[in-house]
Design a protein. Structure first.
Length: 387
């Protein structure tokens, strides 16, 4: 297997790198925050885009039959899940689809459940649309997160919609079939619509993600994309799986009214290429990411730094329990940003349960991970009596 090396992203208008000084106060901080990787997308994608780019017109573009076929085949070969091509609604991004789903299926002041700590757009999307936010805070015990089903059912009595993160961002949990069925039964009991964000489903270690759409609950829609898997988020190409025709028509109408019908010609080619030919590369990527997980855990343990890494069952994001490090959140962020020079995501941005935590993006080369751990250790030795 060829090593996954860091790619210099200077001059590419990368959010992750261009925003470093603004967010962390210094340009010499290693960016380990926003969820894209500093790893080259597979060569098959570059070739597909280059081939399309040879045609000199990049106008409005429809989604070809191969786009739908590729998605259906990917779901079958990766998850043994049969979906009809007619269930697939092309989209421009999962966060966009979350917002459209809220518009499509709820009204002002309707209640929506999210499971905190959670990917920040889940919270902001609910608030921006003036819906009522119901936080089903995950239970944290012995270094692992679990669902508080009693609280979830109490919230479900009031809720119109449930935004599920599966696998969960930021905790890295891969929900078991039993957990998902329990959620489904509660939602079915109270008629709650489930919107399941499964964008990290391909990046699961040691098991396979179970799609909510495979459980047979007709009041659900699934959001997915190749963007995290193959590091192509900037191509703005995703999709929504909606088995129920009535729900599908409602969503399509709202998306059409928002003027979001055309596809990105390069994103379409990238999706087709990655889903048709990306299996081998994905296997190598997961092995690399798993080695990065081990590198971080071993370094923290060897240097006796009081940070507990939550087991990343999925994603290239690690949730770090820093509650024993320096107590207050502002001291934790000062340590990472000013002393260790590491630009992690502040845990408080993830809602209730995020205080005392940080999220680390390990989707980079092992060399960068080693450097980051070196800086972390040196900063801890230098400052452990300061805060």
């Amino acid at each position: 297997m060829k090593p996954f090396l860091e790619v210099d992203r200077a001059g590419t208008y990368s959010v992750k790198h261009e925003e470093v000084k603004k967010l962390f106060g210094s340009s010499d901080v290693i960016p380990m925050w926003v969820a894209d990787m500093d790893i080259a997308a597979p060569e098959i994608i570059a070739k597909a885009i280059q081939k399309r780019a040879l045609h000199p017109i990049y106008g409005y573009t429809i989604y070809p039959k191969e786009y739908f076929r590729s998605i259906a085949l990917w779901m079958k070969k990766r998850y043994d899940m049969t979906i009809q091509e007619s269930w697939i609604v092309p989209a421009s991004g999962v966060v966009t689809s979350i917002n459209l789903a809220i518009e499509a299926y709820t009204n002002l002041n309707d209640a929506i459940i999210v499971q905190t700590p959670i990917y920040p757009p889940f919270i902001s999307s609910v608030k921006n649309h003036k819906r009522k936010l119901l936080e089903n805070r995950l239970l944290y015990a012995n270094g692992k997160y679990h669902i508080d089903f009693e609280d979830f059912e109490n919230k479900a009595k009031e809720a119109k919609l449930f935004l599920l993160s599966s696998p969960h961002n930021p905790t890295g949990r891969v929900w078991s079939k039993e957990e998902l069925v329990n959620l489904m039964e509660i939602c079915k009991k109270y008629g709650v619509l489930v919107v399941s964000d499964e964008i990290h489903a391909d990046l699961v270690y040691g098991k396979s993600n179970i799609s909510f759409a495979s459980l047979g609950y007709d009041r659900c829609i699934v959001l997915n994309a190749p963007s995290k898997t193959f590091n192509i988020a900037g191509l703005k190409t995703s999709y929504v799986i909606i088995p129920d025709k009535k729900l599908r028509v409602i969503y399509e109408t709202v998306q059409k009214n928002a003027g979001l019908e055309s596809g990105n010609p390069f994103g379409i080619e990238a999706l087709i290429a990655s889903y048709n030919e990306g299996d081998v590369w994905l296997g190598e990527l997961k092995s690399h990411l798993k080695s990065n997980i081990d590198l971080i855990k071993n370094s923290l343990k060897a240097n006796q730094i009081p940070i507990k890494p939550i087991e990343a069952e999925a994603t290239f994001l690690m949730w770090l329990d820093c509650q024993e490090l320096y107590g207050k959140q502002e001291h934790i962020t000062d340590f990472f940003y000013k002393e260790a020079k590491l630009g992690l995501s502040d845990g408080k941005l993830f809602g209730n349960g995020g205080e005392g935590f940080m999220r680390l993006n390990f989707g980079t080369s092992s060399m960068v991970i080693s450097l980051a751990m070196k800086q972390l250790n040196e900063a801890y030795i230098r400052t452990h009596n300061v805060f």
